[in-house]
Write a protein that binds this ligand. Structure first.
Ligand SMILES: *Cc1c(COP(=O)(O)O)cnc(C)c1O
Length: 232
């Protein structure tokens, strides 16, 4: 099946349940992204800053760019003029830098706090206690140019669907608690970004509002190396 066919199939399936589809286009060509765009997709996810900046400059201006991977503080400035949502925020330091760069661009940038839910050492994210500590902190209260619109999580890379479901369920419970304690008046705090090609169905059953699907739409990723901006 073509990218356009795949895209339409996932978009229909996901959006019929009121869940947003983030088409993860990392390592894919601008032609491939355009094919998905022409088939009706406006939201794309990238995990490298330089790659997203390059693609944003070449592609239609109404695309919503979501940064889904780990973000280093010193790179925030390159995406601050245009990024729509930053999914992987996992420290107050990073949040402060996003706030600073958003202010410089006279914007408010939407962020998702990444929560550590997997049974693995390699994943980034805040612990359940840490996220509450962050939201209670004075440093956080001072930030006027960011908006926390929800939580993001990556489940363990396993075939054990029960375990994946439990991890997503724990994130949903945390989300509900945080909503009540910190955002009960704020309609914008409503997103749970969970689910990738392998586990999006489970994620949706467990309350996901945004799924991040890459290889199932675009096919296998071609590994390319993008030059670091700071080296230019
Ligand atoms: C690459 C990536 C995805 C998409 O993964 P697929 O398995 O290709 O669907 C989703 N989320 C994050 C954070 C990623 O880095």
């Amino acid at each position: 099946m073509s990218i356009a066919d795949n895209l339409k199939q996932y978009k229909n399936e996901v959006e019929s349940g009121n869940v947003k589809l983030i088409a993860v286009s990392k390592t894919q060509s601008t032609e491939a992204i355009l094919e998905a765009y022409n088939a009706g997709q406006l939201i794309f996810g990238e995990n490298h800053v330089q790659e997203m900046v390059d693609k944003q400059a070449q592609l239609p201006a109404d695309i919503e760019w979501h940064l889904i991977g780990h973000l280093q503080s010193n790179k925030v400035k390159y995406i601050a003029p245009f990024v729509k949502v930053i999914h992987g925020v996992d420290s107050i330091k990073l949040l402060q830098e996003i706030n600073k760069q958003a202010a410089k661009n006279k914007r408010i940038i939407d962020c998702l706090l990444q929560i550590y839910i997997a049974d693995e050492d390699t994943k980034f994210g805040l612990g359940f206690d840490e996220v509450i500590e962050l939201l209670r902190s004075e440093e956080y209260q001072e930030l006027k140019n960011i908006r926390i619109v929800g939580l993001m999580g990556i489940a363990t890379n396993t075939k054990n669907e029960k375990q994946i479901a439990i991890e997503f369920r724990e994130l949903k419970v945390l989300f509900d608690g945080i909503k009540t304690s910190f955002f009960s008046e704020d309609d914008f705090f409503k997103e749970i970004s969970t689910g990738m090609s392998a586990d999006y169905k489970i994620a949706i059953e467990e309350g996901s509002t945004m799924v991040r699907i890459g290889s199932s739409i675009f096919g296998k990723r071609i590994i390319k190396h993008f030059k670091n901006l700071s080296e230019n």
